[in-house]
Design a protein around this ligand. Structure first.
Ligand code: UD1
Length: 354
């Protein structure tokens, strides 16, 4: 029986491991351990998303919590190494690009445990972003690299990764989304037109001047259309320091982070989305909702080419909004079809000869 560890610990990765968990639990040749590193721990940020995806309680909770990068990464490595030393898995599957991803990949690889990276090959070539460092390093030491789009395959080949290790499986986030899709109809959160706004990247929220600029633009947007702003804890801390909002802003509703289903519903019923998240660029593109991404670059260029995504700055945001098409176009991106987990499972049967 093959023992597989499925790693998670931060909200964006729950939607990546859930479809794989639900497919692999029906396979007789393997058993799984769900490992939650504890990088995210707030009920709003973590538990509600986990539950919406019908994941069972994790087999191991590492409980590392927040901290500077080296400390958080180091604590995950130490805690996961202990688990591997007690019972060694045959494969460690790490999704996405958060600190827990790199930490578990490193800990496993140093114990000569096979590592698989789910969502391999995405690049924005910006090493100022912690996630880009995590992506490059995780890919470099992974034995199996499952890519979501053809640009990712190209990036890996350019970096000299052996083609045999790379398998284009598609975007597993869409598997989770497809499972929820029947539940998206029905009334949205508001009767009037509104947009969904999310913000949490250090490049946007950690610098006071940048954050102030974004919030001022947001206030202007709220004068014309409702704004729903589920606020990430990092952002909550940052806006508190600025003393924002000074007074109630009509048209703006700030909430705690939302559950997966309620968030998708909010996006589905919105006019458009403004965000700096990676996953929301994909979800909005797939649902055909215009997405304005407050970043200089994206590691998901396919959402610009085939999806609904556009890169914006606080300076260009208002102008771009004024010329946004209302039409929702549905897009067909290869292998963004809800069947990625089955392709991963089939690759694993090949690898382990079952
Ligand atoms: C992390 C990921 C980022 C991902 C994001 C999604 C890294 C480097 N970053 O960023 O790629 O897009 O998750 O949310 O891995 N906090 C809480 N409660 C929590 C978790 C965090 O209050 O449950 C606060 C703490 O003040 C913490 C801060 O948020 O210091 C940042 O958390 P952290 O996990 O370091 O990074 P994120 O910004 O969430």
């Amino acid at each position: 029986m093959v023992l597989i560890d499925l790693i998670s610990g931060a909200r964006p990765n729950y939607t990546k491991i859930a479809p794989l968990y639900h497919v692999l639990r029906n396979e007789s040749w393997c058993r799984m351990r769900l490992i939650h590193t504890g990088q995210h721990y707030d009920a709003d940020l973590s538990d509600s998303v986990w539950q919406d995806l019908e994941l069972p309680p994790p087999d191991h909770c590492l409980g590392v919590g927040s901290g500077p990068h080296a400390e958080q990464t180091g604590k995950v490595m130490m805690a996961y190494e202990q688990i591997c030393l007690v019972e060694r898995p045959d494969l460690c599957i790490v999704p996405g690009d958060v600190n827990s991803t790199l930490a578990c990949a490193l800990a496993a690889k140093k114990l000569q445990i096979k590592v698989a990276h789910l969502e391999a090959g995405l690049r924005n070539f910006d090493l100022l972003m912690p996630e880009e460092i995590n992506r490059v390093l995780t890919d470099r030491i992974s034995d199996l690299l499952w890519t979501p789009s053809s640009d990712a395959d190209e990036n890996l080949k350019h970096e000299g990764i052996t083609p045999e290790k790379i398998r284009f499986v598609g975007n597993i986030v869409i598997d989770s989304l497809e499972k929820m899709r029947p539940k998206l109809t029905g009334p949205g959160p508001w009767k009037k037109p509104y947009v969904v706004f999310t913000l949490h990247r250090p490049s946007n929220v950690d610098d006071e001047k940048t954050l102030r600029n974004i919030l001022e633009t947001l206030e202007k947007i709220a004068k014309n259309v409702g704004v729903l702003f589920p606020m990430h804890p990092r952002t909550k801390n940052a806006v508190k320091k600025l003393g924002w909002p000074k007074h109630e802003i009509s048209g703006l509703e700030i909430s705690t982070p939302m559950g997966y289903l309620s968030f998708l519903k909010a996006v589905w019923h919105s006019e458009f989305v403004i965000t700096d998240s990676g996953g929301i660029q994909e979800e909005a593109s797939y649902l055909g909702i215009p997405c304005l991404t407050l970043r200089e670059n994206t590691e998901r260029p396919i959402t610009l080419e085939l999806g609904t995504n556009r890169l914006v700055t606080p300076g260009t945001l208002l102008e771009v909004i004024s010329s946004l098409p209302k039409r929702r176009k549905s897009v067909a991106i290869p292998f963004w079809d809800g069947k990625t987990a089955f392709r991963v499972a089939s690759h694993l049967r090949e690898v382990f000869s079952y």
